[in-house]
Design a protein around this ligand. Sequence first.
Ligand SMILES: C[S@@+](CC[C@H](N)C(=O)[O-])C[C@H]1O[C@@H](n2cnc3c(N)ncnc32)[C@H](O)[C@@H]1O
Length: 212
Amino acid sequence: MDKAFWDERWRENRIGFHKAAANPLLTGYFDRLHLSPGGRVFVPLCGKSFDLDWLLSRGHAVVGIELYEPAVAEVFDRLGLRPRIDALSGLRRYSADELVIFAGDLFHLTSELLGSVDAVYDRAALIALPPDMRARYAAHVTAICGAVPQLLITLDYDQSLTDGPPFSVPGDEVRALYGASHWTEKLHVQPITGSVAKSAKGEETLWSLKPL
Ligand SMILES: C[S@@+](CC[C@H](N)C(=O)[O-])C[C@H]1O[C@@H](n2cnc3c(N)ncnc32)[C@H](O)[C@@H]1O
């Protein structure tokens, strides 16, 4: 799941993960983060998700990172924002008003470049990555964000029935990845829908991760 893989998915418009509206689990449960007005939310592997627009509409500052730069540019176009673009340590930072999106690899993002964040929202980021990348991903997100609350959406299904992404990340793995730094609590569980559901039954879970 390297840059070439994702570039191809985007160029060929095989982006079934991209939805036409903000995710109902975000809109329904975001208040559980008890974020202060204006709090800054980090959205790793953000694509061109409408979740970004929704968070901005709630008065939050939003910072994302996405490998595929045309998707980053599209978000600013959609919002009618003309971004300033800065080249920084192998990343290109698009910024306008309360929105910052880095175009480039999450693993090149440092806490200094990211700046202070108050919460993380992970939809289709952890589960977009294969098993051998997930521990590195979770450790990196925790390292650059510090101890902040997180909303995390995962899928749990029989991985032998179909390949990811999106991958199955069962509860034990969520606890192994984040349990040393966060309390993990399931806020909502529902049957899987979408492409995976054609091959496997399973659960989609919204987690609240609270710093210990
Ligand atoms: C499954 S999509 C989810 C996008 C978005 N969160 C959403 O809900 O629509 C995963 C995204 O992560 C991006 N991506 C994958 N690896 C990345 C990395 N190392 N750094 C930044 N973005 C990455 C891909 O280009 C893709 O747009």
